[in-house]
Write a protein that binds this ligand. Structure first.
Ligand code: ADP
Ligand code: ZN
Length: 314
């Protein structure tokens, strides 16, 4: 439910993805007042389209705060000169791109900035599949693999932020001779189990592999190894699995039984032993986890004070 005080306010949210951006104004899933989505092209054009959308929205009602969940890697250290930048991405034209500052300057609002998966974790926790779970992991399995982690209701940052996609896993070379395709580690989780890794191993796009293909038990094995490591280190109350590859419905059944097999009864929690179908779950906000999470991020931040706002807009 949206807080009645929040309801009168307007927050902006951007899911800044490597393929597309989704922008929205509102206060939650039952109160989206404007929304747009467009492909990610050049930084100038893409930021320009977002700014034009929010400027038009601000004619009716000024935004309190704009939340942004961006593809990365991103710089989240507020003391760094490149805070709010997309840093070393291989995406052409986007390395070392300022995202937060141009939005803040053009729109005169505080920008709350985080990475795409942290923000999706926040959205699913606030309104989606992980409500009332202060310890939540959200994993996306798509072009890359990444996870956002919520601990005691707070997004986990630390030294940088968790890089779950690059967990190192046991690799049975007899069962799986594919060497992996991560440019840094070859056979880390992302190198073995991202959509492009599946396509390379099996010689066809992941979405064309039939449900009974041996690709899926192997995929479930790798994801379950990573999930067991996360369960043992972070003790999440629920894990949400999203991204293009997870739209294979049979994967959930395979992963749940593989997680139970690998844990082998060690974690004595009913959530895992008896109700694993409610423990490892798909997202509930569909394609909106990111943009709604960005609005949730904005709602957690304080608006600019009058003086800061006048400095920013000059
Ligand atoms: P991105 O990670 O780029 O934001 P997605 O989450 O949609 O976008 O992930 C894209 C990847 O997911 C691609 O590698 C694609 O092959 C794979 N994918 C998309 N749909 C499916 C599907 N139905 N089954 C398996 N893999 C899929
Ligand atoms: Zn890696």
């Amino acid at each position: 439910m949206t807080d009645p005080v929040q309801r009168r306010r307007a927050y902006g949210g951007i899911e800044a993805g490597g393929t597309k951006w989704v922008c929205a104004v509102g206060t939650g899933p039952d109160d989206i007042r404007a929304e747009t989505r467009f492909p990610t092209t050049t930084p100038l054009e893409t930021l320009g389209r977002a700014i034009a959308f929010f400027r038009a929205a601000q004619v009716d009602e000024p935004l309190e705060v704009l939340g942004v969940g961006s593809f990365g890697p991103v710089d989240l250290d507020p003391t760094s000169p490149t805070y709010g930048f997309i840093t070393t991405t291989p995406k052409p034209g986007w390395a070392q791109t300022a995202v937060a500052a141009p939005l803040q300057q053009a729109l005169g609002v505080r920008v709350a900035f985080d990475n795409d998966v942290n923000v999706a974790a926040l959205g699913e926790n606030r309104w989606g599949a992980a409500q009332d779970c202060a310890y939540t992991v959200y994993i996306t399995v798509g072009t890359g693999i990444g996870a956002g982690v919520l601990i005691a209701g707070q997004l986990l940052h630390g030294l940088v932020h968790p890089e779950v996609g690059h967990l190192r896993l046991p690799h049975d070379w007899q069962r799986d001779p594919f060497p992996g395709n991560c440019p840094y580690h070859s056979d880390c989780l992302e190198g073995l189990a991202s959509g492009p890794a599946l396509a390379k191993r099996w010689g066809q796009p992941a979405e064309t592999l039939p449900p009974d293909h041996p690709a899926w038990p192997l995929q479930a094995h790798y994801l379950a190894l990573a999930l067991v490591n996360l369960i043992c280190t972070l003790s999440p109350q629920r894990i949400v699995l999203g991204g293009g590859v997870m739209s294979q419905p049979q994967l959930f059944t395979l992963i749940r039984s593989e997680v139970q097999r690998l844990l082998n009864g060690y974690v004595q929690a009913p959530a895992i032993l008896e109700h694993i179908d409610q423990y490892l779950v798909p997202p509930a906000l569909g394609g909106r986890s990111g943009v709604l999470g960005a609005i949730a991020l904005a709602q957690q931040a304080l608006p600019l004070t009058g003086r800061e706002a006048s400095i920013t807009s000059t």
